[in-house]
Design a protein around this ligand. Structure first.
Ligand SMILES: *Cc1c(COP(=O)(O)O)cnc(C)c1O
Length: 392
């Protein structure tokens, strides 16, 4: 085994780095989740998450599960066997959610995408207009597509749905978006948002969320897919007192409370601006290297991660291996259709300019050692941007 010193650079787009402050908040004895002290913790996590989702009207449900569990919960609570759901192929995570819908016995309609653009609101509008009998029960989209570094504009999709007057529920996977990219549950009329702990919320993996509108709760009363562990009704009822129907992930909730405090201290707008700043610096580095960003629409550039296209004939996975072995940095791999063709730089969560400079230096040195054709000067381009008053 190779002995390494100094911090490992975990620059995959989730799980992200967990700050020491959160680690310390979790390093505390497990408490009785039915005891008198627990309710404060439960209530403060739920109230705090409402602020993060920007909702006053919706209910937040917290599951001891990864994001995939919360995906399932969103559908299991609201759908009946054979229901049609309209989904859009932004990339691998949209594909996985579609596959989950199939396994649940739903009928997903998957609008083809090229993995370089976000959701085309016009395509959603067109399909809903054709659906005169309202067979489509939900429109499901991924906010920040973590496999491609493309952030879809949720608001445009909501507006498109509204223009059709179609009654379908609107569900948004913001697992990697929330707390890194702006998200507005109430303003954007989201019926079910899905989120996870290990991306923008800076926690280890293990808890996930649904943020649920009144309309979705109403629909869930007559929906007939089996639901027990995921059922919202018992959760929402017990949560009013700060308790949970089954054992919550106690220590992750200590961490969540701290994460919310950190986000509120910084201010969500500042959190988003910090992500935009490091993302722009990253893209400037990529362009200076003469490489291509996978996302083709500047308005959809992700503040969370940047996927970089490898020059033809060069292996992204080999480059990542060389970078890990030499500089102890983990970068994200290309998934599915773009396996070995792209690598992904995560710049989310507990992250700042100097961490970015370390990251980009590792990439630039890795490109050289892996003999990937590129221009020098990516790191310089990022530094020049970060000291520019425009970026401050
Ligand atoms: C990470 C992620 C998921 C999957 O979450 P898990 O916690 O791995 O189950 C789903 N959607 C998006 C957009 C993600 O980034």
């Amino acid at each position: 085994m190779t002995v390494r010193r100094g911090r490992h650079f975990l620059q995959i787009p989730g799980p992200s780095n967990t700050p020491d402050r959160i680690l310390r908040a979790m390093d505390y004895p497990v408490m009785d989740h039915r005891g008198p002290d627990f309710a404060d913790l439960g209530l403060s996590c739920i109230a705090g998450m409402k602020k993060v989702f920007k909702t006053e009207k919706c209910e937040v449900v917290i599951y001891p599960a990864s994001g995939t569990g919360a995906w399932e919960a969103a559908l299991a609570n609201t759908m009946s066997p054979g229901d049609r759901v309209l989904m859009y192929e932004t990339g691998q995570f949209a594909t996985l959610w579609k596959n989950l819908a199939l396994r649940l016995g739903l009928v997903p309609e998957f609008i083809d995408g090229d993995w370089r653009h976000g959701v085309d609101a016009a395509a959603i509008e067109k399909r809903l207009n054709e659906d005169k009998d309202h067979e489509i029960k939900a429109v499901c989209m991924v906010h920040n597509e973590t496999s491609t570094g493309v952030t879809s504009r949720v608001k445009l999709v909501r507006e498109a749905v509204d223009r059709t007057g179609h009654p379908a529920l609107f569900m948004v996977d913001t697992i990697s978006g929330l707390a890194s990219a702006d998200f507005r549950q109430d303003e954007w009329g989201v019926d079910v948002a899905i989120a996870g702990s290990q991306k923008g919320l800076m926690l280890p993996p293990g808890i996930s969320f649904n943020c649920v509108s009144e309309k979705a709760q109403e629909v869930s009363k007559s929906a007939t897919l089996p639901k027990s562990y995921w059922a919202w009704d018992e959760m929402i009822t017990m949560n009013k007192t700060g308790y949970f129907p089954y054992t919550p992930a106690t220590n992750l909730l200590y961490g969540l409370k701290e994460a919310i405090a950190m986000l509120m201290e910084e201010g969500l707008d500042n959190v988003f601006a910090r992500h935009e700043r490091v993302a722009e610096a990253t893209r400037r580095a990529v362009h200076a290297w003469g490489l291509e960003v996978l996302c083709q629409e500047p308005k959809e550039y992700s503040p969370v991660l940047t996927a970089v296209v490898m020059p033809e004939g060069h292996s992204a996975d080999n480059f990542r291996k060389v970078t890990l072995e030499n500089f102890d940095m983990s970068l994200g791999n290309g998934l599915n259709k773009i396996a070995d063709k792209v690598f992904r730089i995560g710049h989310l969560g507990d992250f700042n300019e100097l961490m970015l400079m370390g990251t980009l230096s590792g990439v630039e040195m890795g490109l050289e050692l892996a003999k990937v054709p590129h221009e020098k000067g990516g790191v310089d381009a990022a530094m020049a941007y970060l000291v520019n008053p425009q970026a401050r």
